[in-house]
Write a protein that binds this ligand. Structure first.
Ligand code: BTN
Length: 264
């Protein structure tokens, strides 16, 4: 399925009220997150959606590149200006992961799960990721750029094997409409965002969606590599790991340099 996207098609497909109230579409851009930052700094409205068919400098977490052949993926960022304290930004990660999970599961019947902190997993392989970048003043958030990359109609073998990638098309055996998937994600996200702003903290749902809990993990922080059993998350979304040394370690997203599952 070769499906050309543009701002007008996206606008007509969306069922949201404020996510995507302004849409900026690029056939090719460095990174939708970088474009989002530039627009946010110029005062772009809350809910602005920046989407692209191709990125020349797509960014993943931990300074990694995000690769996606042109036209195969959903690559988009949202400018959000919530009244949130910085310590609650993890809530955006939670609702984004849950919205993508719901859109994939309910829309296509695929068993999507989340891998702490920001990976979208389908059938045990990585189908997407979330990158949230923030601008803040003191403890207050000025804006967040919520970037989502999702392998939709991509052949996993076009990516390096160490990505352990899959795609919606690969798992379903047929391509799907990127437009419809984007519409579904944004519909779920808008509901969850409104609930978050009303004070609903989605920690329990997020914990239930995480495949990481109960698994052995290796986490590289700035200073050391730690191995242990991922036990649970706490209120703020930090991961509590029972280290092989017997110590219980609390790991926050900002501490992580790399995460791996390891064999039991
Ligand atoms: C990760 O798993 O490391 C996060 C990947 C996030 C990729 C998306 S693609 C759209 C947006 N623009 C970027 O440059 N990155 C995010």
């Amino acid at each position: 399925m070769s499906e050309e996207l543009d701002a007008e098609k996206i606008r007509l497909s969306l069922s949201t009220r404020f996510l995507g109230q302004r849409i900026v579409y690029h056939t090719c851009i460095d990174s939708t997150n970088l474009a989002g930052r530039r627009l946010a700094d110029q005062g772009a409205v809350d809910g602005t959606l920046i989407a692209a068919d191709e990125q020349t400098a797509g960014r993943g977490r931990l300074e990694r590149a995000w690769l996606a052949p042109r036209g195969t993926s959903l690559l988009f960022s949202l400018i959000l200006r919530p009244q949130l304290e910085m310590r609650l930004v993890q809530g955006l990660t939670m609702i984004a992961g849950l919205a993508v999970q719901e859109a994939i599961r309910d829309g296509y019947g695929l068993p999507a799960r989340l891998k702490w902190p920001n990976d979208i997993m389908v059938c045990g392989r990585k189908a997407g990721g979330i990158l949230i970048e923030v601008s803040s003043t003191g403890h207050c958030l000025d804006y967040a750029i919520l970037g989502i990359g999702l392998n939709v109609n991509l052949s996993p073998h076009t990516l390096p094997p160490e990505f352990h990638a899959t795609s919606i098309q690969h798992e379903l055996g047929h391509p799907v409409s990127r437009l419809q998937l984007l519409q579904r994600i944004l519909a779920h996200l808008e509901k969850r965002y409104a609930a978050l702003l009303r004070g609903h903290w989605p920690m329990h749902e997020w914990a239930a969606a995480l495949e990481t809990l109960g698994q052995r993990v290796e986490l590289r922080t700035a200073g050391e590599a730690i191995q242990g059993l991922a036990m649970r998350i706490d209120e703020e979304g930090a991961l509590l790991v029972h280290l092989d040394s017997g110590e219980m370690r609390r790991v926050v997203v900002g501490d992580i340099a790399a995460t791996h599952e390891i064999a039991p």
